[in-house]
Design a protein around this ligand. Sequence first.
Ligand code: L34
Length: 280
Amino acid sequence: MAQLIDGKLISTQIKDELRDEVTALKEQGIIPCLAVIQVGNDPASSVYVNNKKKACAYIGIESLSYELEESVSQEELLELIEKLNKDDKVNGILVQLPLPKHIDENAVIHAISPAKDVDGFHPETVGNMCIGTEGFLPCTPAGVIQLLKRSGIEIAGKECVVVGRSNIVGKPMAMLLLRENGTVTITHSRTQDLKEVTKRADILVVALGKPKFITKDYVKEGAVVIDVGIHRNENNKLCGDVDFDDVVDKVSAITPVPGGVGPMTIAMLMDNCVKSVLHS
Ligand code: L34
């Protein structure tokens, strides 16, 4: 039977640890504060943003909520970010992605002060992560590392294969696995013979954005499979990039969707929010 890697449980442990840290900060008169910006009202984004605000409340982090119209101009959004950059009360700034097509995501990511970059997307933050300088870590990849570590799964020396090369997950995921001394391969849509590569993995991290794409012929017997994908079907049922039922009997450990990586993304955002206070 495969070990089920319980992201809900592990994220709660992390949030409880953070709650203790925030309680201690409050005794010194410090209250961490996160500004959360959502543009438009994509239903999935609303769920994620609400989960983030709930996590703030649970831990004792203050959250400021900015809900902007879908039609907001890039200029107005950048002005808000500039205002929050200058506001000493605000420790972290989060702009939920994706943004409407008329807004340049890159410009927005650049506008957030690296000191408040709790998502870890600013090029300066990314650079620090790549060279191993202390700083904010991108939430989803950092969450995957915590899932592995807290489940007693050794990364050092292991064959780690990442499926997907996005700036938000695939690339930083590979960097963090490398930092943990994994032997890392990144695969993508142009990879020849994907199955042959993914079958080498001791640890397979899947973030390609296609529902149930990874079936048992992509995984090695006894592999650890981490599913970063999240999709909703017609009946509002969630699934990942991995065909869970198909691979579960072949692997040694696997994350479910929901209840796997998603809650960890939020826990690591909270971790960055606490860090943002300690570093400011
Ligand atoms: N700026 N944009 C920014 N930062 C991020 O870190 C994100 N991401 C991704 C989308 N856009 C972002 C998130 O917050 C994905 N993501 C995210 C966050 C939380 C959950 C899933 C994705 C989550 O709570 N997942 C639950 C299920 C929630 C549901 O019912 O839909 C889970 O158990 O997987």
